[in-house]
Design a protein around this ligand. Structure first.
Ligand code: PMP
Length: 381
């Protein structure tokens, strides 16, 4: 099976698996224990924290390890909101946020917090004029993703950071799909808090971090003594070491991005010449290098994905967390795409382990895919 779903998750590197196994075997003591084995585990934890800080351009004390980006996002929004001054209660989310994060927006709204969604432009990027209108003096916090998990569209983080700073609001950036794919330096973004998740860059699942700018007040959502009181619970040391190992292995992001973009562009050209009515969303926008979010004629996503799987390719209809339902992507809805078109959306996402041969094999299979599709829905886009 050729795996084309790297935005859902990525295979852990052999170095990550090795490092995690070694920690499980040798450093299993509790890093908060005062005895020798505990202190040895604490040193491993400190080493991983320094490596993460070094790779991401922040201070070790600014790294709060979490169980992943969902938790980091919750901690940022709930924690920064709870610590905001009394006159600032409004929270802004972009309409492109991860489905799980928008559930938090709904929960806040239901509990009486004023929440607004910053709309998107038809190409999937943020509507910056609308953001400028919405970021006012009553805003506690803006929560914006750096890159969308479905379309790959990049969001104007620096511009929103400037707007937030001018209005005295905090900025949280969900960089889950950005980190590992694009260059990142915490101090250059102007964000107060940034979320990341190891399984998006060939690390383990169930571990991530919130980078929190020094001096920014945050009320913990899971109080405890670990992580300088910002996140309770015994640290998942093997996973944290796996995260650090994956970050250290990233290497030259520019060369890898160029390689993936060339593969993706070749694939998109072939899709357009071999299949009828292919429409690729966000193609004209700045976007992540390895992703293509598209529909083919009027074929439903499930039909396309079923045929692709039969031919040996694993892809998805969008975010893994929402792809079990048949509702159209909220991101496409926010871009103004009609439901009947959005229901055809499939996402092909390449990664570090995707080879030229993988893409060539898919291109060679396109005529067969074409012949397997039911003729009735071959209406041109
Ligand atoms: N934000 C974005 C943009 C994502 O793509 C994902 C994962 N699909 C998450 C948050 C949630 O990450 P995790 O699986 O680590 O909770």
């Amino acid at each position: 099976m050729i795996y084309l779903d790297h935005h859902a998750t990525t295979p852990p590197l052999p170095a990550v698996i090795g490092a995690m196994g070694a920690v499980m075997a040798d450093s299993w003591a509790n890093a908060s224990s005062k005895h020798g084995p505990g202190q040895a585990a604490a040193r491993v934890l400190a080493g991983a924290r320094s490596a993460v800080a070094q790779a991401l351009g922040c201070k070790p004390a600014e790294v709060v390890f979490t169980s992943g980006a969902t938790e980091a996002n919750h901690l940022a929004v709930r924690g920064l909101l709870a610590a905001a001054p009394a006159g600032r209660r409004r929270v802004l989310f972009s309409a492109a946020e991860h489905a799980g994060h928008l559930k938090l927006a709904r929960e806040l709204m239901d509990a009486g917090t004023p929440v607004d969604l910053i709309p998107l432009q038809p190409d999937g990027t943020l509507h910056l004029d609308a953001a400028a209108r919405l970021i006012r003096s009553d805003v506690a916090l803006v929560s914006l993703m750096a890159a969308n998990n479905e379309t790959g569209a990049l969001m104007p983080v620096a511009e929103v950071a400037a707007l937030a700073a001018a209005a005295g609001a905090r900025l949280h950036v969900d960089a889950t799909q950005w980190i590992g794919k694009r260059p990142f330096h915490f101090s250059e973004w102007g964000a107060d808090a940034v979320s990341l998740s190891a399984h998006k860059f060939n690390g383990p699942k169930g571990v991530g971090a919130l980078l929190l700018r020094q001096g920014v007040p945050l009320r913990p959502t899971m109080p405890g003594s670990q992580e300088r009181g910002r996140r309770g619970g015994t640290e998942n040391l093997p996973a944290i070491v796996g995260l650090a190992t994956a970050l250290e292995a990233l290497g030259d992001l520019g060369a890898e991005a160029a390689r993936q973009a060339a593969l993706r562009n070749r694939l998109e050209c072939a899709l357009q010449s071999e299949l009828p009515g292919v429409h690729i969303w966000s193609r004209g926008a700045p976007r992540l290098p390895g992703v293509s979010f598209l529909r083919v004629g009027n074929w439903e996503a499930d039909v396309l994905l079923g045929r692709l799987e039969r031919l040996g390719f694993a892809a998805s209809s969008g975010a893994a967390c929402s792809s079990s339902g048949s509702a159209p992507s909220h991101v496409l809805c926010a871009m103004g795409v009609p439901d009947e078109e959005a229901l055809g959306a499939i996402r092909l996402s390449l990664g570090r382990t995707t080879t030229d041969t993988d893409v060539d094999t898919l291109i060679a299979a396109l005529p067969t895919l074409r012949s397997l599709l039911p003729a009735a829905q071959a209406v041109a886009a």
